[in-house]
Structure formats: C-alpha cells, structure tokens
Design a protein around this ligand. Structure first.
Ligand code: KG4
Ligand code: ZN
Length: 337
C-alpha cells in the first residue's frame, strides 16, 4: 500500500450494537460487532444499559478492528462516527471516543448519518446499485423510502408517520410472548405457517407514507378475544399467527415501494436496515422484482443490521469530498438524511 492510501477507523454506537471497522481506499477490511444481550430480559433496549455496555465494549472492539486490519493507529487518515439518529446516551459514547482519538492523533473527524450509512452498505461489496436508485430502509427505528441520487445526495420520499416496521415486528412478537428482539423469531416461525390463516389490517396512508401502529392494536384485541375462548390459542397457532402478521407487514412495505418505483420511474431498487434480513420480505420482493423487471439489491445479512462497516463506507465518500466535522460537533438523537 502506498503512502497516499485513505485508511479510516469507523465507530457505530447508535443503539445496542457496539461496532468498529477499518476501511482502506474504499475496501472494508473488517467489521467487529459486540451485541448487547443485556436487553433481552427487558423486552426492549434499555437506553441507560445500552450506554453503559458501549462504554465497556468500545475500546476492546476498536482494538480488535485495528489489530485485525494490519494497519497501525498511526497510519489512520481519519476517524468516523455515527452522529445520529439514535439513543443520546449511546451516541455520546461513540462521539466522545472519536473526538478524543482525532484530537490525540491530529487527524480529521467525520460524522456520519446512520440512515445514510444503512443505504451505503450496498457499496461495501458487489453488485452495487446504479444511481439513481430507490432504497426502502427498514429498521427498528425507521421506515423510509429514499431516492438516492449520489452517495451523499439522498432524499426521503416517504416514511412512517408512527412506529417503524421493526418496532411493529418486535411489539407484536412481544404480544405473542416472544423475547426481544422478536422480529427474527416471527420470521423463523412464519416459515412453518399459513400467511392467510388470520387477517390483520393493511393500513394505507396518503402518498408514499407508512403507518405501522394499527397492526399492534389489532393483534392485541384479536389475541385478547381468542385467549378468552382458548387459553392455549397462541401456542396452538404460533406459526400461523407469525405468518399472518408478517404477511400484512410485508404487504404494507411493498405497496408503497411499488408506488414509489412507478412515481419516480426508477427500476434500480434496494432494501436496507435490520428488517431487510426478513426472509418473507426478501422472497416476496425477489419475486416481485423478477415480475416487474426491477434490478434488486439486497445486502448481505451482516450489513443489514447495525454495523460499523456501513459507517466506514459513508465516511470514505465524505473523506473524498473533504467533508470533515469540527471538534465541537454534538450527537443528534433525531437527524435527517
Ligand atoms: O437496523 P437495525 O439492526 O437497528 C436499528 O437501527 O433499528 O434493525 C433492528 C430491527 C429490529 O426491530 C429487529 O427485530 C429487526 O430489525 N429484524 C428483523 C429480522 N432481523 C432483524 N425483523 C424481521 N425479520 C428478521 N429476520
Ligand atoms: Zn440501524
């Protein structure tokens, strides 16, 4: 490697994964992720516990990323971090570390928007989407349709007005008595069930927007009524319940994605974020894309959920444009693309 190579250390700490990655000239060398299991027993992420776990995990995760990259700390050209959106206490751990590191090493600091990064995860490996493309970003905190014109030029063209789709998966899973995060478990049980066994609502919002709070209430009342008749209703129907809930959620996602493709005339289509790991969404979307003649891009599983490789990828593009942050930058719990 020559002396002009761009080596960036990237940190992700927006929610409950502590992650670090090193990128060399746009090629991600590693992606170290420490998952916090402490939240399982609480049925959701406890912000206070998340920040404490980041505090414990961050240095070991960074150390592993640097060691396994084969690049020394002194060769790094910049340090990048997630500025937002996310949990304030969690973000603060990553921002403070990145600032101290940049200050000590006298290298530039690069802030990254987490939602932007979820989309840029598509540029870590081939095949890469062509610009412009439409990305459906589906995570535990967000559900957005984004028109991506360039790595650093993105426009939200539709989004949820209440819960995120990942939240809908997790909250309905909780009603079924499943542990947190329930999304992957709904996915797992759904493969054995009949998606038409029960009918849950498909909410249609104006324009390209979404609403996922209705299904949670519908499932709550439905289960309450059924359990009165048969206390074993959930265990006897778990696979069908999961398949039916997943069917409604995937339908809602795809109705607006189809509308967006039609409205913008863009046939390059991508999905990103934790829920893009869902096999029901992947399978239905793959069939739909084949039928409609779309070019579909689905990231590798490890780049769907929260990770620092995607932060590193976004930081690489910002480095090339000289977009650096000042040392007084503060995290943002809410941050627009
Ligand atoms: O992107 P992500 O890792 O974190 C956020 O930024 O929110 O997404 C986490 C969300 C959780 O709601 C989790 O239940 C959901 O992604 N998820 C899934 C699956 N894998 C993760 N939901 C449905 N099916 C899956 N296979
Ligand atoms: Zn995320």
């Amino acid at each position: 490697m020559g002396t002009n190579d761009i080596f960036i250390l990237a940190i992700e700490s927006s929610c409950d994964e502590t992650s670090a990655a090193v990128i060399a000239d746009g090629k991600v060398l590693n992606n170290i992720v420490a998952t916090q299991s402490v939240h399982e027993k609480y049925g959701g992420v406890v912000p206070e516990l998340a920040s404490r776990a980041h505090q414990e995990n961050l240095i070991p995760v960074v150390q592993e990323a640097i060691l396994s990259s084969g690049i020394s700390k002194d060769q790094l050209s910049a340090v990048a971090f997630t500025r937002g959106p996310g949990l304030m206490g969690s973000l603060l751990v990553g921002v403070s570390f990145a600032k101290a590191f940049a200050f000590a090493k006298k290298i530039p600091l690069i802030e990254v928007n987490h939602m932007n990064a979820h989309i840029l995860a598509h540029f870590i490996e081939d095949p890469k989407p062509n610009f412009p493309f439409i990305c459906l970003t589906v995570s535990g905190g967000h559900t957005q349709l984004v028109l991506v014109k360039d790595p650093l030029d993105m426009k939200v063209i539709g989004e949820t007005q209440d819960d995120a789709v990942g939240e809908a998966f997790d909250k309905t899973a909780k009603l079924l008595g499943l542990p947190y995060p329930g999304g992957p478990l709904i996915d797992k049980y759904a493969t054995e069930g009949n998606p038409k066994a029960f009918q849950f609502p498909i909410t249609r919002m104006p324009e390209l927007n979404y609403s996922f709070s209705g299904i949670k209430t519908a499932v709550l009342y439905f289960l309450r009524d059924q359990l009165k008749e048969n206390p074993k209703f959930i265990e006897e129907n778990l696979a069908d319940l999961c398949a039916s809930i997943q069917y409604s959620l995937v339908e809602m996602l795809l109705i607006k994605l189809k509308a967006a493709v039609k409205q913008y005339g863009v046939k390059e289509v991508a999905i990103a974020g934790g829920v893009s790991a869902n096999s029901g969404l992947r399978d239905t979307l793959t069939k739909l894309a084949a039928q409609k003649g779309w070019n579909l891009y689905i990231p590798k599983f490890e780049y769907c959920t929260d990770n620092a490789a995607m932060i590193a990828m976004a930081a690489h593009y910002k480095y090339l444009k000289g977009e650096f942050s000042s040392m007084d930058v503060a995290p943002l719990a809410k941050m627009k693309i």
